[in-house]
Design a protein around this ligand. Structure first.
Ligand SMILES: Cc1cc2nc3c(=O)[nH]c(=O)nc-3n(C[C@H](O)[C@H](O)[C@H](O)COP(=O)(O)OP(=O)(O)OC[C@H]3O[C@@H](n4cnc5c(N)ncnc54)[C@H](O)[C@@H]3O)c2cc1C
Length: 467
């Protein structure tokens, strides 16, 4: 029998949606490409508690909070397919269909409704040398730390901005390690244009901002050198990173290092929403494509709802509340509960989401994406890592009249490698917009076609088409 609801992603949003639907009596199945529930924020939290409990406090109280929901989720008896990914998603005449891949088994499922809860990914940070071994993202370093308790051998240089940078440095400090230097691409102080949203945020939830401020204070007290207002970042090295270069106050500086961690905030992991044909809009403030959906998570495609950060970045707490709201709303939509029950079950969450939106408004205004990473100036900067396409090649085809990312694929193979444009999509759209002096919305985004993840012929031939 087909599932009522198939949920993609077992982060806080997916888990909360599944628990709500399970309580409402739906036949629900969750698909997750990782081997355990938790998502980015609560990655491996139960394993850390089981195998190295003494380390749990080092990751901070927000991480430990993931134990509750992930245990509740595992205990609920909901059908979960781990290490399973999605290779296709579509909607025909309002009926959703999804291609799943587990090992060599490819299947196509037709649930009554799909909830995408695929979370966030780090915004790419293209600059000359960013593909050298020894340059990685802050999020990747944090993933290694959560998954395997691995920290860098020697103090890294960190470049970028955003809460994840400060959280990770705080986690490093708690583990007894300091970065060598922080090149902070964020503003030195709160800009006057953000004062209104800062005041609203402070009066709505002082503790949320105090948490970030206390991390910064601890970083300053630890005596870590933190330089703001840098530009012209480059990474140098023959076969791996040896040094970085940047400009500050009109002077060029060189720093020897074999590890640079870069971060420029997170963006929705909305590849599947694009593949499913959900309408997107360009978020001008945060420079990302965001699927259009109502406040109950219903996308422009009937049969597909969105929960958590994949619908727009709001953070882990909001992801869990939104998952619950979307779960109950889908249950009501499928006729399993009435609207009154939906209203009653989600009253607290909807209130909390409104409060979080006030804090998010300030964070979004304050932490601008770094201009240099959005539209890299240097011709030799690699944009598409999979197919090794540079800024120069994209400018060349733009000069020939190529108007956007989809045409650029045909000329350069940009966005056609294994990641299927997930990483370079935003950069390519922004480069074309800048070159042709158009808005990013006018330029558009990659059309995502199946298979959305590489699929081997063996896997394809194993495809069970049923009847
Ligand atoms: C690298 C990184 C580290 C972060 N660390 C923190 C942190 O320490 N603290 C914090 O507050 N916030 C952190 N964030 C932000 C955080 O991700 C979110 O606010 C929160 O996790 C969002 O919850 P979610 O349920 O929407 O998505 P997620 O928690 O990201 O969960 C999404 C889940 O979907 C799965 N998934 C995605 N695509 C597919 C697919 N095609 N098939 C199957 N499964 C799929 C993923 O494996 C993941 O488990 C981090 C973000 C990133 C990118």
């Amino acid at each position: 029998m087909n599932d009522d609801v198939l949920i993609i992603g077992a982060g806080p949003a997916g888990m909360a949606a599944a628990l709500a639907l399970d309580t409402a009596g739906a036949r629900v199945r969750v698909v997750e490409e990782q081997p355990a529930a938790g998502g980015q924020v609560y990655r491996a939290v139960q394993r850390v508690q089981r195998e190295r409990p003494e380390q749990l406090p080092l990751y901070g109280p927000d991480y430990a909070r993931g134990l509750d929901i992930s245990r509740q989720f595992d205990a609920a008896g909901i059908e979960i397919s781990y290490t399973t990914s999605v290779w296709d998603i579509s909607v025909e005449n309002g009926v959703p269909s999804i291609g799943l891949l587990q090992g060599d088994n490819a299947t196509i499922e037709k649930p009554r409704h799909i909830i995408l809860a695929t979370g966030a990914m780090e915004r790419p940070t293209p600059f000359p040398g960013w593909t050298l071994p020894g340059v990685m993202t802050v999020g990747a370093a944090q993933t290694l730390y959560k998954e395997s308790a691995l920290l860098p051998d020697s103090p890294p240089v960190i470049v970028g901005t955003g809460p994840l940078v400060y959280l990770f440095v705080k986690q490093m400090l708690d583990a007894g390690m300091k970065p060598a230097l922080i090149l902070d691409t964020g503003p030195k102080s709160v800009d006057m244009s953000c004062w209104g949203s800062l005041l609203s945020a402070l009066s709505t939830d002082f503790s949320a901002l105090y948490k970030g401020w206390s991390w910064l204070r601890e970083i300053n007290q630890a005596g870590i050198e933190r330089i703001t207002g840098i530009n012209a970042l480059k990474a140098h090295g023959r076969s791996s990173l040896q040094s970085i270069e940047y400009r500050h106050n009109g002077k060029t500086h060189q720093v020897s290092t074999d590890l640079l961690l870069a971060h420029d905030g997170v963006i929705p992991n909305n590849h599947l929403t694009m593949a499913a044909g959900c309408e997107q809009q360009w978020n001008k403030l945060q420079h990302y494509w965001q699927p259009i959906c109502d406040d109950q998570g219903l996308s422009s495609q009937a049969g597909i709802s969105l929960a958590g950060d994949c619908a727009g970045i709001k953070g882990a707490e909001a992801a869990q509340y939104s998952g619950r709201v979307v779960g109950w709303q889908v249950a009501a939509k499928l006729g399993l509960v009435d609207q009154l029950r939906y209203q009653q079950q989600t009253i607290q969450e909807r209130k909390k989401l409104k409060r979080i939106a006030v804090i998010r408004k300030f964070l979004d205004q304050h932490y601008h994406p770094f201009d240099e990473f959005q539209t890299p100036k240097e011709n030799d900067t690699t944009v598409c890592r999979c197919e090794q396409v540079s800024v120069a090649e994209l400018r060349e085809v733009a000069a020939m009249g190529c108007m956007g990312p989809n045409q650029a694929k045909a000329f350069t193979r940009c966005g056609m490698g294994p990641c299927m444009g997930r990483l370079c999509g935003n950069t390519v759209s922004q480069l074309f917009a800048k070159y042709h002096d158009k808005t990013v919305s006018e330029i558009g985004h990659y059309r995502i076609r199946p298979p959305v993840r590489p699929l081997t012929l063996k896997q394809l031939s194993n495809l069970d088409l049923g009847e």
